[in-house]
Design a protein around this ligand. Structure first.
Ligand SMILES: [Zn+2]
Length: 271
């Protein structure tokens, strides 16, 4: 599943190239997760001003309103001057005078939604509950700790919920908790200020590093330039059950939390 770093890498791969382009046509294939919310013809002639990211959504600012794109479980975006004919898993072509942005999404959990503004109900439904951006100045260690104090759930699940800090998905939550030395099962509300500060910094470090390295290469992910990332190859704990911890040689343990696999070192990560 594309996580925040992959979405950010995708954004950077075409944001500059599409900024200023004029939409000629929006062609949709099979239904995605939600309806578009506007007649596609209404987008023709509109300029794409910028591509922003909020959580795992990409926001394409148009003359009138914005397009919200989500990659779902298996989606990828590719922006190219010429695209081959659309295949069975290509469900959106945003045709512009600079090229076509194509959404390829075999499992069709992705989304293409138009909203009149970020405050419109259709946008708020998707963006309104999102926590602070981890790679922004708004992600503050003291506020992060204060928010964790209010939660009794295990820290890993609190991170995955995304309403305190957004975009820390399964891989990156496991990795950040390892860097911070915190057991994923630890109750969020029990985490001390110094440990919360370490986790805050670990989240920033692990996500920043993944963005720099091009996003992790989960099976279906290909950035808009067609390159796969390789963060997963360097993971400290994620996907390394029974392999020796890179820090202390203790075998990495794997458990299931909230139906998601969690990996941790029982020696380096304290409850
Ligand atoms: Zn260890």
């Amino acid at each position: 599943m594309p996580e925040l770093p992959e979405v950010e890498v995708t954004r950077r791969s075409f944001a500059d190239r599409i900024a200023g382009a004029v939409v000629g046509d929006l062609r949709l294939g099979k239904p995605l997760r939600w309806p578009l919310g506007v007649a596609p013809t209404r987008l023709a002639g509109q300029r794409v001003h910028s591509v922003r990211r909020r959580g795992k959504y990409l926001l394409l600012d148009l003359d009138e309103g914005l397009l919200l794109l989500h990659l779902g479980m298996s989606g990828s975006l590719n922006f190219a001057p010429q695209q081959p004919p659309a295949g069975p898993h290509d469900h959106m072509d945003l045709v512009t005078d600079r090229g076509t942005l194509r959404l390829h999404d075999p499992r069709r959990f992705g989304a293409v939604v138009w909203a009149a503004s970020e405050d419109a109900p259709s946008a708020l439904k998707l963006l309104g509950h999102l926590g602070v951006e981890p790679l922004s100045d708004g992600f503050d260690a003291d506020r992060f700790h204060a928010a964790l104090r209010q939660r009794s759930a295990p820290i890993k699940q609190v991170l995955l919920a995304g309403d305190i800090v957004v975009g820390v998905g399964n891989i990156y939550a496991s990795e950040a908790l390892f860097l911070a030395g915190i057991r994923p099962t630890t109750r969020a509300g029990k985490i001390s200020m110094p440990r919360a500060r370490r986790l805050h910094q670990a989240i920033i470090d692990v996500l920043s590093r993944a963005v720099v390295q091009g996003g992790s290469s989960l099976r279906d992910f290909v950035s808009a330039e067609g390159k796969t990332g390789y963060f997963q190859l360097e993971a400290a704990v994620y996907g390394r059950a029974d392999q020796p911890c890179r820090a202390c040689d203790t075998p990495i343990r794997s458990i299931v939390q909230g139906q998601r696999s969690t990996f941790f070192c029982p020696t380096c990560q304290k409850p």
